[in-house]
Design a protein around this ligand. Structure first.
Ligand SMILES: [Zn+2]
Length: 616
């Protein structure tokens, strides 16, 4: 605390010395006069003056930082930020009101920030809205206005960015940033330039407000949701700048904006089961059988803020209200999971889960394959229709010789063509495709949830291999893996496990070589992908995915290796319930529910599956 106060006083001293120069400028004296009548204008002009005379907010921050360093005060960055804004604020008043004494501007010294408030958990509950024809029109006008605002802000932002890009100081900063020990210095230059070129969250919020108030949008949009919209743009922009995301894209007239949200249940508000947004009101549709009381729990929770979502279902627009609520979601009563460890192995097409006395082996989201086939089909049809109607946009077909045979290869489309004729059939296919893609996404979500619940029955202390699913997608297994979204599934599993009081641990398999380890001989056996059974020498031990599950179940997190002794000790018990899991799967295959490639026919005749207690 003592350090903090000293830093504060030292900073003021420094500023006062610099301010002496400014206070003698005639420009400044005019501003003081102006402040008496037009406060806002004077303030913003004063801001520019301080930038020119190196007393802007970022300069003040520099002063504080260097004082902090040279005096070894060790004040944290977040406190420096807070001090900066406060001092900057006080300084503006001090200067423009021509105070003779700094202390007149404030009564108390800015406080040092203590620990952050613990954040209360939150969860989402979705209701469909009962929307009349009239409100549907109104909502659409709002969404379209939001889309246009989004594009306008993004356009301006990219323009400003382009301008900054051509600034030699920016290019120098990039060079500085490349050196490892100069990163923070480069960052301060970036910050400064961002302020100068008006690329900050605040600038964008202001821009959004200005654009809205100058045109028809002011009748349709509220001031809070556009703030959130501009924040959204700024976030995607920052991600892009730091190479964590793609270039922000303009919203097309076709897809537009998907959702809008407010802050703290105002502007977009939900009260007494009625949602209202700028004068338009809609009732929510309640679910009639609320068996587990989930809906009731949601309605009784405190609303943090509201989000309205526009979805297109079977070609029709539907509006949904998502409430972001305070607290924890209510678990459905059939979702009480076993305690205890659960080793999980996610393969390309299967998932294995091994608990203390139970195991599960099942295909991973196999039901999505059919939808994917249909999607591919429609995409091909679309491409064919487009080619047929726009022959001029493609290069000529060519003949290629392959394996001593002539093959016809279709011409590529010519780049830069903007006019495409789309037949009615094409547009119909486009709608069908959209519907299928939506169906795929919702079905995937459903399957993930069901599967996660099933897996958690084996135990909620999850231990799982850390996989790079993106690499899978790029490598051998192709895009179908992406459609099944295994990494999303892992997130679902994690969320559910933690929610039910369990734990979640990811193990780096690269160092442990799980898939090759063998507990029988304490060695490693290389397996090809098609080999579905773990063998040691001549002996077949167990189905490969289940075996991986066992290894990960017996993984010692501290020693970072598989606990071989405990596997050997418990093997006969483990073998029994693994076999049980396999038999369940085989039964399901025989009933035609599972494709054969997963478990080839004849597996049930293997010795290791029939022998022992099960055959009795
Ligand atoms: Zn072995």
């Amino acid at each position: 605390m003592k350090n903090f106060k000293q830093l504060y006083l030292l900073t003021i001293k420094n500023i006062l010395i610099k301010h002496k120069y400014i206070s003698n400028l005639s420009e400044f004296k005019k501003l003081v006069e102006l402040y008496k009548t037009k406060k806002r204008v004077a303030k913003s002009q004063f801001k520019e003056l301080t930038i020119d005379n190196s007393l802007s907010k970022s300069d003040i921050k520099d002063i504080i930082q260097s004082l902090n360093k040279s005096n070894n005060f060790q004040i944290s960055n977040s406190n420096i930020n807070k001090l900066t804004s406060r001092i900057n604020q006080i300084y503006t008043y001090y200067a423009l009101l021509e105070y003779d004494n700094w202390t007149k501007c404030f009564i108390t010294m800015p406080e040092k920030r203590t620990k952050k408030k613990p954040s209360t958990g939150s969860f989402i509950h979705e209701f469909q809205l009962k929307v009349s024809k009239h409100s549907l029109k109104k909502y659409n006008i709002k969404f379209n206005a939001a889309k246009e605002l989004y594009n306008a802000i993004l356009g301006e932002l990219l323009k400003r960015y382009k301008l900054m890009l051509s600034d030699i100081r920016y290019q120098n900063a990039i060079e500085i940033y490349k050196q490892d020990n100069l990163k923070t210095e480069a960052k301060t230059i970036f910050d400064k330039l961002n302020i100068e070129y008006q690329i900050t969250k605040n600038d964008l919020q202001k821009l959004a407000k200005d654009i809205k108030n100058k045109c028809y949008m002011k009748d349709h949009l509220d001031s809070v949701s556009i703030q959130k919209l501009s924040d959204r743009i700024f976030d995607t922009y920052t991600k892009w700048i730091y190479k964590k995301g793609g270039k922000p894209r303009f919203k097309s007239w076709k897809n537009g904006i998907r959702s809008m949200e407010g802050k703290s249940n105002t502007c977009l508000a939900f009260k007494n089961n009625i949602f209202s947004w700028n004068g338009i009101k809609s009732e929510i549709i309640l679910q009639k059988n609320d068996k587990y009381g989930v809906q009731e729990h949601a309605l009784n929770s405190k609303v943090k803020y509201c989000r309205i979502v526009r979805k297109i279902i079977k070609g029709k627009q539907k509006f949904y209200l998502q409430l972001i609520l305070e607290g924890l979601p209510k678990l459905k009563s059939n979702q009480i999971f076993d305690n205890g460890r659960n080793g999980i192995d996610i393969g390309v097409s299967t998932i294995a889960s091994v608990g203390k006395e139970k195991a599960l082996l099942t295909p991973f989201c196999q039901e999505l394959n059919d939808i994917e086939k249909n999607i591919k089909n429609i995409q091909r049809k679309k491409a064919r229709s487009l080619r047929l109607n726009n022959p001029d946009n493609y290069e000529n077909d060519s003949l290629v010789i392959k394996d001593k045979r002539f093959l016809k290869r279709k011409g590529k489309n010519i780049k830069g063509k903007t006019i495409w004729i789309k037949s009615n059939n094409y547009l119909k296919l486009e709608n069908e495709l959209k519907e299928l893609q939506r169906l795929q996404a919702s079905k995937r979500k459903y399957l993930h949830n069901v599967l996660a619940n099933k897996v958690l029955e084996n135990g909620n202390d999850i231990i799982i291999e850390k996989n790079n699913y993106k690499a899978w997608q790029k490598g051998l297994y192709g895009k179908i893996i992406g459609k099944k979204a295994p990494s999303f599934f892992v997130q679902t599993l994690k969320r559910k496990a933690l929610k039910s009081g369990g734990t979640f641990e990811e193990v780096n398999t690269w160092s442990t070589k799980f898939s090759q380890y063998c507990h029988v001989c304490d060695g490693y056996h290389k397996k090809s992908l098609s080999q579905r059974i773990h063998t040691c020498g001549e002996n077949e031990i167990m189905q490969r995915d289940l075996y991986s599950g066992v290894l990960i179940y017996h993984y010692d997190l501290e020693k970072k290796k598989v606990n071989r002794e405990s596997i050997i000790e418990n093997w006969s018990g483990i073998e029994t319930f693994l076999r049980q899991a396999l038999l369940t799967l085989i039964k399901s295959r025989n009933e035609g529910n599972i494709s054969e490639c997963l478990i080839p026919k004849g597996v049930e005749k293997r010795d290791w599956l029939v022998k022992g207690s099960l055959s009795a």
